[in-house]
Design a protein around this ligand. Structure first.
Ligand SMILES: *Cc1c(COP(=O)(O)O)cnc(C)c1O
Length: 646
């Protein structure tokens, strides 16, 4: 048993974990899928996967977390409606773009309430999937986004039975197409209008709402749509008013402003005779990724219950004032339902310089035979002088003089690099000077930390000397928002959490892209530039979890540098243990090459042919080549080493 030390709070698990994450008594990270005592030890999940030959990187889903989140959302609206005596009905519509993966959608469907669920689709692909899924009784399919005739034809044809088709009009030009289809097919879906609010969201996706928004109808367009529908005899089908001001709305105030404006529009349209029954408040319910409970980009300053309360209370107030019936409520919360349910477990190793600290390059030959560039006597005199000076600084630097000595070292290094460029220094000499210089930098950093001295210059130095942890994943594949919008995701080791993490560093992924790094980490007060990690792995793999990946990351991840999807599994808590279900063993090189337009068979054939001609006696290359096609794209490891983790 490991004593619970103070540093346990270092990773902020209690803050961002939302009750789903906790550090167990043996220093392992546990998932509590029901937010109670029942938990699954992530180290056990890795060990069990290794027994099936699957090793990190592993994308692990917890279907029960999805269930808990959906039930929580229902419960919050139940509670808000009963608190404010709201006579109306709430429906949760899941937007497929947030996570269209089959195991995710199927689990949400399983966990949903009949008569209170639906799917939102915004593209042909999503529509094709939604139309065939087995939804609970009396579900909705809300069709948003830009629509052509094909989409409108399809939605019209599928209307009039369960699930109910809802066409959300985003642009006036959809109406004549719809009217024609309705007349020709003799049926019409239920209709909604997406209004463009003046209030905007907040945070990264702020620009997706407001007047300049890509979507929705402004006030005069709304009125024009109503008149057009009336003229076409379709006004009785118009029952829903919808808005969506952007994802991850970070402040409760923005949510209130938006619902206030929309409720007012609802009431005014109602009074004008539009038979609206429902207000669909879209998505935007945010997640506290850093645990700070602030309106900073990766956080939110409200809870799901406060979100529900704000909406229910505001709509009731305004409808009371305007004396119109209360609408049923729909939300299209996607991020809030899915973010917590999945995480990536992967292994990493620090990449300090591989040169042993006491390695001294043997200086035998100096500047080779390139004597022609060496004019005068400078070579013999100044070159050693700079190196000797560097060595002297390294020996004499102290807490009293480090600022001045560090500056001297930077100047001397400049001279040394010039001398090397001009051919006056050997590579061995340059290497020696470099060793001294790095030592000076490290000492400077220690002294600066000791004395609490900071300056821009030393911050840059601190950054340059951050230990880099080579981590077996691709940022572009598994955490695309970290790269695309600088989004923060909680990251921490899944084991050794009872030990003090004495090292700090940043994570670099396997891609040959300098953007393939994670160098901002969640912190309750600030954003950390380095993550605390443990020293010395004792030959064991060192495993990290990148958490809260369930919203948007799955399908936005790409194949940059030809890294594919990692192996994927679902872990389900059972009485006294857990079960794992392998969803996929990960994309192989073969599948990835195929995506890039290659025919794997042909390539293998071509290699075999060429290779056979070149060296008939060596068949190893061919065997290796065949094996390469079958392998995953990540660094390989020995499953045995993952079966017995500290
Ligand atoms: C993306 C989207 C959502 C999902 O928003 P979240 O913030 O993930 O809940 C909901 N509705 C529409 C129309 C969307 O485009």
């Amino acid at each position: 048993m490991v004593r619970r030390a103070k540093h346990i709070g270092l990773y902020g698990v209690e803050q961002w974990g939302a009750g789903f994450f906790a550090i167990g008594p043996t220093g392992h990270l546990h998932i509590h899928p029901f937010r109670d005592d029942r938990s699954v030890d992530l180290v056990d999940v890795v060990q069990r996967s290794a027994e099936q030959g699957l090793i990190p990187p592993l994308l692990v889903r917890f279907p029960q977390v999805l269930q808990t989140q959906l039930e929580h959302l229902y419960n919050c609206f139940d509670e808000a409606m009963s608190e404010f005596d709201y006579r109306g009905h709430y429906r949760s519509v899941f937007p497929l773009k947030v996570n269209p993966m089959k195991p995710v959608v199927e689990q949400l469907i399983r966990a949903s309430r009949s008569g209170a669920f639906g799917l939102e689709v915004g593209s042909k692909g999503e529509l094709a999937i939604a139309l065939a899924l087995q939804l609970p009784k009396d579900s909705w399919i809300c069709v948003n986004g830009f629509k052509d005739q094909q989409i409108i034809k399809m939605v019209t044809a599928a209307s009039g039975r369960d699930p109910q088709m809802i066409l959300i009009v985003e642009q006036l030009r959809e109406i004549p197409i719809l009217a024609r289809e309705a007349r020709m097919q003799g049926r019409c879906p239920l209709l909604g209008l997406r209004c463009r609010l003046n209030s905007r969201g907040s945070g990264h996706w702020e620009a997706s709402g407001g007047e300049s928004s890509k979507f929705g109808l402004g006030s005069s367009e709304l009125l024009c749509a109503v008149d057009t529908l009336q003229a076409r005899g379709l006004l009785d089908r118009l029952q829903i008013l919808h808005y969506h001001i952007g994802s991850q709305i970070t402040s409760a105030r923005r949510i209130k402003d938006a619902v206030k404006e929309a409720a007012r529009i609802y009431a005014r349209l109602r009074r004008r005779g539009v038979p609206l029954t429902t207000l669909n408040v879209g998505g935007g319910l945010g997640i506290d990724y850093d645990g700070s409970r602030t309106p900073s980009d990766s956080s939110v300053n409200y809870t799901t219950l406060e979100f529900a309360n704000n909406i229910v209370y505001t709509v009731r107030e305004i409808c009371g004032e305007e004396n119109v019936p209360l609408p049923n409520l729909v939300s299209e919360s996607g991020r809030a339902l899915t973010a917590h349910h999945s995480l990536l477990i992967t292994n990493c190793e620090s990449r300090e310089s591989d040169v042993p600290v006491n390695y001294v390059p043997a200086i035998t030959t100096r500047a080779g035979g390139s004597a022609t560039v060496m004019k005068g006597a400078t070579r013999e005199q100044s070159a050693p002088a700079q190196i000797a000076e560097m060595e002297a600084i390294a020996q004499e630097i102290s807490v009293k003089n480090f600022r001045e000595y560090y500056h001297d070292a930077v100047a001397t290094r400049g001279e040394i690099l010039t001398l090397f460029d001009l051919g006056y220094l050997s590579l061995e000499e340059k290497a020696l000077a470099e060793q001294h210089f790095y030592q000076i930098c490290r000492q400077t950093l220690t002294f600066a930390r000791q004395t609490g001295f900071t300056s821009d210059e030393f911050r840059v130095l601190e950054k340059a000397f951050r230990t880099k942890y080579v981590t077996n994943f691709s940022v572009f594949r598994s955490v695309p928002d970290a790269w695309a919008v600088g989004h923060l995701f909680p990251i921490l080791p899944i084991h050794r959490l009872g030990e003090f993490p004495s090292e700090k560093g940043i994570l670099v992924d396997l891609t040959c892209d300098s953007d393939g790094v994670i160098d901002s980490f969640v912190d309750v007060r600030d954003v950390k530039e380095m993550l605390e990690l443990h020293a010395g792995t004792n030959g064991h793999p060192y495993l990290l979890a990148i958490c809260l990946l369930g919203a948007y990351q799955d399908i936005m991840g790409d194949h940059h540098n030809l890294f594919g999807k990692p192996a994927e599994l679902a872990a389900t808590y059972t009485e006294g243990g857990f079960e794992i279900d392998v969803i996929s063993r990960g994309e192989t090189i073969r599948e990835i090459a195929h995506l890039a337009g290659y025919d794997p068979e042909r390539l293998q054939h071509a290699f075999a042919k060429r290779h056979h001609q070149a060296s008939a006696e060596n068949s190893d290359a061919l065997a290796y080549y065949t094996a390469l096609w079958r392998s995953p794209s990540y660094l390989e490891g020995d499953p045995e080493s993952f079966k017995n983790l500290p």
